[in-house]
Design a protein around this ligand. Sequence first.
Ligand code: SF4
Length: 86
Amino acid sequence: MSKLIPENIDKCTGCELCVLEAQRQLKKVGLEGALIRIFRKQERKTEYLKYGIDIDPRIEQLNLEKIKNICPRAVYKIIQENESKI
Ligand code: SF4
């Protein structure tokens, strides 16, 4: 089973291209029912905005490679999870 992992969250610029790609694959317009959510983190000590990423496990049904590749900041990686974990 493949899993989409936000590996370099610090690089995220909040552009939401990954969200739009996931929505496109679901044939949905807008953000309702989005399987990826990008949210702004409050970082008062720094002038730069930081983002968090929430991924619904149902994302596995989508083409993860396309979602990973659309990110201009190479935030995601795909890992293979062994389904027969003990
Ligand atoms: S596409 Fe990449 S940079 Fe843009 S919001 Fe998604 S994870 Fe962040």
